[in-house]
Design a protein around this ligand. Structure first.
Ligand SMILES: NC(=O)c1ccc[n+]([C@@H]2O[C@H](COP(=O)([O-])OP(=O)(O)OC[C@H]3O[C@@H](n4cnc5c(N)ncnc54)[C@H](OP(=O)(O)O)[C@@H]3O)[C@@H](O)[C@H]2O)c1
Length: 308
């Protein structure tokens, strides 16, 4: 068991090992002296234990097999548009599986940090949102994540829920990767300038989650890179740091974009998150522009992109 205030020697089970956040948690945990145990949806490289968490009893079995001191539950149904088409599937993962994980942790006296989203907010006034702002989701994804938060804290108010936003990083598809791929292929991209939020590097989130777990925080926290960006501003920053002309990024309204590419899920217009409670514990994430400046040149090299 770790001494209070640290994770030194703690066994930490994290779910969603195959996802964006999961790509950075092992290093963040090891840096804190913890022993990571990775749980993925399916077996594969870097996965210690595999389980479909929507199956009854899967969370209990995972806890029994891993015998953790702490769980970081990052696994989720994250396909925002897919959730509108299959609300039952999204609910099974984001509400039922979250509840089962929380109940399994409570039954064994294991602490839990669950990851949630800015999409619990409508984004129609109130940004930057503090942790105690009333949630008012406008999509199936947002509603299921909100209900998952409630289920986790109902199981044990001593658990933590960490909301983050606009995550990018790791080998999977994400917004900066799409921007670079489109710019490299077409030399231009249209990006909405009336949707804003808190772009967050998954590596920074992993470090902050580990710090929050070590600090023993309970209740709701906002962990996102600091500051507000529109999608358009974010895409311009991505272009610039990869060496593309920023004029190649063209603004478009959400209305104009949806007329060309209809999407089933509504997105919050401005869901910037304000970190008050984690900052009180000394946990502050750097500004989003600093994180992008660091990450994008590495991503461009990884993609073999040579700007025109
Ligand atoms: N991505 C964002 O922009 C964003 C923004 C705000 C908050 N968040 C939250 O941050 C957390 C991490 O997000 P992320 O971007 O790292 O997500 P991600 O890349 O989509 O990874 C989620 C992981 O959950 C796994 N998973 C899904 N269904 C499962 C099931 N039935 N059983 C076991 N595992 C399952 C997925 O495995 P498969 O892929 O194999 O199904 C995937 O590896 C999530 O809680 C998400 O809601 C994300």
């Amino acid at each position: 068991m770790a001494p209070p205030g640290t994770l030194d020697g703690a066994r930490v089970l994290f779910t969603g090992a195959g996802g964006q956040l999961g790509a950075y948690l092992p290093a963040a945990l090891r840096a804190a002296g913890a022993q990571p145990v990775s749980a993925g949806h399916r077996e594969g490289p870097g996965i210690d234990l595999a389980a479909d968490l929507t199956r009854l009893g899967a969370a209990e079995r995972l806890i029994e097999d891993a015998r953790p001191d702490l769980v970081i539950h990052g696994a989720a149904w994250t396909d925002v548009d897919g959730a509108e088409r299959d609300p039952g599937g999204a609910r099974a993962m984001n509400v039922d599986a979250a509840r089962w994980m929380a109940e399994a942790c409570r039954a064994r006296g294991v602490r839990l940090v669950a990851v949630s989203t800015d999409f619990v907010f409508s984004g129609q006034g109130g940004a930057p949102y503090p942790e105690d702002a009333a949630s008012d989701p406008i999509s199936v994804y947002g509603r299921t994540k909100r209900d998952g938060e409630l289920a986790v804290l109902a199981a044990d108010p001593g658990f933590a829920v960490a909301r983050t936003a606009w995550l990018y990083g790791g080998p999977a598809k994400h917004f900066p990767r799409t921007v670079l791929n489109v710019l490299a292929a077409r030399g231009s991209i249209e990006v909405v300038d009336d949707e804003a939020g808190s772009p967050t590097f998954a590596g920074d989130l992993a470090d902050a989650l580990v710090a929050l777990a070590a600090a023993g925080g309970a209740g709701i926290f906002h962990l996102a890179n600091a500051g507000r960006a529109s999608r358009f501003e974010l895409a311009q920053a991505v272009a610039w740091h990869a060496g593309f002309p920023v004029e190649w990024v063209q603004p478009i309204s959400t209305e104009g974009f949806l007329a060309k590419f209809p999407l089933p899920a509504a997105r919050p217009a401005d869901s910037e998150l304000r970190n008050i409670r984690a900052a009180d514990l000394g946990i502050v994430l750097r500004p989003w522009r600093a994180a992008i400046a660091d990450y994008v040149p590495r991503l461009a090299r990884e993609l073999g992109i040579t700007p025109h």
